[in-house]
Design a protein around this ligand. Structure first.
Ligand code: FAD
Length: 402
C-alpha cells in the first residue's frame, strides 16, 4: 500500500487529499499542518470574519468527520522541518515518516516590516492566518485610529472593514497609486474613490519611514515627514512563497517551488501546489496567489499522483470584497497596453485589458455579467475588438457568439 504525505493543511493541501479519496486512492494519506485549526479558507479573514459577520465554523473547509470518514490522518499543530528525498522521509522534530509520494502545499508568508523601523512593536499586525485575524479583531473598535501600510487587496480589504466599523483609517501606499502592481490606473481610481467616500485617508506615493513607540506602537512618521498618532498598524506589503523546506531538500526554486505542467518538482516523487508553486504558463513560468489556483492545481496533482498524466492549465480568476463592492477578476493582465472602461448601472464598472488585439483580463466591479462574459471569452481565446467592447451599444452577450 502506498503512502501520500501532504505538507501544509491549507486550501491546496486540503483539496489535494479530498481529491485523492474522491478519485479512489486507497493508500494511506497524511495531511500535516503547522496551524492548530482544521483546514480553513483565508479570504474571509480580511472580509466577513474580521467584520464579525462570519462564525469560525464556517471558515472550515470540511468538518473533522470528513477526514475521519475518509481515513485521512490529520496531524495539526505539527511542522515538517526536513525532507530526505533519497530515503523518502519527512521529519517532524524527532518523528520520521516514510512517504511514497510527497506534496508540498506550504503556502506563503507575509512580509514583515523590519525591526529597525518598529516592525516588531506590539499592535503591529500582518494578515495571513486565523491567529492574525483573531489578534487584531479586538482593536477594531469605533474611534480608534489604524494605519494600513500597503494599498494592495489585503490592505484595502482591511481598510474597508475598519472604516465600516467606525475606525479612523489612514492608508499609505509607497507606489504612485494603490493597486499599482496588479491593476490599471482606472481600477485604482475606482477603489480610491470608493474608499475616500467611506472616509479612508489614502496617501499614495508616501511610504512609511518608521513606527514610533516604546513597546507598543503609538505613532508613525511617513516619508513626506508627516507624523500620525495611531492605535494599531496593519501591514499588507505582500507575501513570499513558502520554499524553505524545498530549498533545504535541494529542489529547484524559481519564484516558488518549480514544477512541471503536471505539478511535479525536480524530484520525481515530490509535487507542489498552491501559493508556493511556480509552474509553466503560456511559454512562461508563473506563481499565483489565489484560492481557485490552489484548488485546481492541487486537484491536478492528486490526479497525477494516481497516474493521470494531466497538464495543469490555469484559468486565473480572483475576487475581492470591499464595502458593498464585489470585484471579480478574470485572466492575467501582465503586459497590457490598452485599457477599455465600460460603465454600468449604479456605479458598476468593468475594465478590459488588451495587449494589441488580444483580450488579457477583465476587472469587474459589481458587474458580474461582464466578468462572466470576459472570463468565457478569455478561456476560449476569443478577443472582441476593443472598439466593440468600448461601444456602450454593444450587446456583450453577443460577443460570445462571434
Ligand atoms: P495556505 O492556505 O497558506 O496554506 C499553507 C499551509 O501550510 C499553512 O497553514 C501553513 O501553516 C502550512 N505550512 C507551511 N509550512 C509547513 C510545514 N513545514 N509543515 C507543516 N505545515 C506547513 N484568494 C482569492 O482567490 N480571493 C480572495 O479574496 C483572497 N483573499 C485573501 C485574504 C487573505 C487575508 C489572505 C491571507 C489570502 C487571501 N487569498 C485570496 C489568497 C488565498 O487565501 C491563498 O492563495 C490560498 O490560501 C493559498 O492556498 P495554499 O494552500 O497554497 O496556502
Amino acid at each position: 500500500m502506498s503512502h501520500v504525505i501532504v505538507v501544509g493543511a491549507g486550501q491546496a493541501g486540503a483539496s489535494c487529499v479530498a481529491k485523492l479519496r474522491s478519485e479512489g486512492f486507497d493508500g494511506d494519506i497524511t495531511l500535516i499542518g503547522s496551524e492548530p485549526a482544521l483546514p480553513y479558507q483565508r479570504p474571509p479573514l480580511s472580509k466577513k470574519y474580521l467584520l464579525g459577520e462570519m462564525e469560525l465554523e464556517r471558515l472550515f473547509l470540511r468538518p473533522e468527520t470528513f477526514y475521519e470518514q475518509n481515513n485521512i490522518s490529520l496531524r495539526l499543530g505539527e511542522t515538517v522541518d526536513g525532507i530526505d528525498p533519497i530515503a523518502r522521509t519527512v521529519s517532524l522534530g524527532k518523528t520520521t515518516l516514510q512517504y511514497d509520494e510527497l506534496v508540498l502545499a506550504t503556502g506563503s508568508h507575509p512580509r514583515h516590516l523590519p525591526e529597525s523601523i518598529g516592525g516588531t512593536l506590539d499592535n503591529v499586525f500582518t494578515m495571513r492566518d486565523l491567529a492574525d485575524a483573531d489578534a487584531m479583531a479586538p482593536h477594531f473598535a469605533e474611534g480608534k485610529h489604524v494605519l494600513v501600510v500597503g494599498g494592495g487587496y489585503i490592505g484595502l480589504e482591511a481598510a474597508a472593514v475598519a472604516a465600516s466599523k467606525g475606525l479612523k483609517v489612514t492608508l499609505v501606499e509607497m507606489a504612485d497609486r494603490i493597486l499599482q502592481r496588479v491593476a490599471a490606473a482606472e481600477t485604482s481610481d475606482y477603489f480610491r474613490t470608493l474608499h475616500s467616500s467611506h472616509g479612508v485617508d489614502i496617501r499614495e506615493g508616501v511610504g512609511l519611514q518608521n513606527l514610533v513607540g516604546d513597546e507598543q506602537v503609538t505613532g508613525a512618521v511617513l516619508s513626506d515627514g508627516s507624523e500620525l498618532s495611531v492605535d494599531f498598524v496593519i501591514v499588507g506589503v505582500g507575501i513570499t512563497p513558502g520554499v524553505s523546506l524545498a530549498e533545504k531538500a535541494k529542489l529547484e526554486i524559481d519564484n516558488g517551488i518549480q514544477t512541471d505542467a503536471h505539478g511535479r518538482t525536480s524530484d520525481a516523487h515530490i509535487w507542489a501546489a498552491g501559493d508556493c508553486a511556480s509552474f509553466p504558463y503560456r511559454g512562461d513560468r508563473i506563481r499565483l496567489e489565489s484560492v481557485p489556483n490552489a484548488i485546481d492545481q492541487a486537484e491536478v496533482v492528486a490526479q497525477n499522483i494516481m497516474g493521470a498524466g494531466k497538464d495543469y492549465v490555469a484559468k486565473p480568476w480572483f475576487w475581492s470584497d470591499q464595502y458593498d463592492v464585489k470585484l471579480q477578476i478574470a485572466g492575467l493582465n501582465a503586459g497590457f497596453d490598452t485599457v477599455i472602461v465600460r460603465d454600468g448601472d449604479e456605479g458598476s464598472q468593468s475594465v478590459w485589458y488588451y495587449k494589441g488585439d488580444e483580450l488579457l483580463a477583465v476587472d469587474a466591479m459589481n458587474a458580474p455579467r461582464d466578468y462572466m462574459i470576459g472570463k468565457r471569452l478569455i478561456e476560449a481565446g476569443k478577443s472582441p475588438s476593443p472598439e466593440r467592447v468600448r461601444n456602450p451599444e454593444t450587446d456583450m452577450k453577443a460577443l460570445l457568439k462571434a
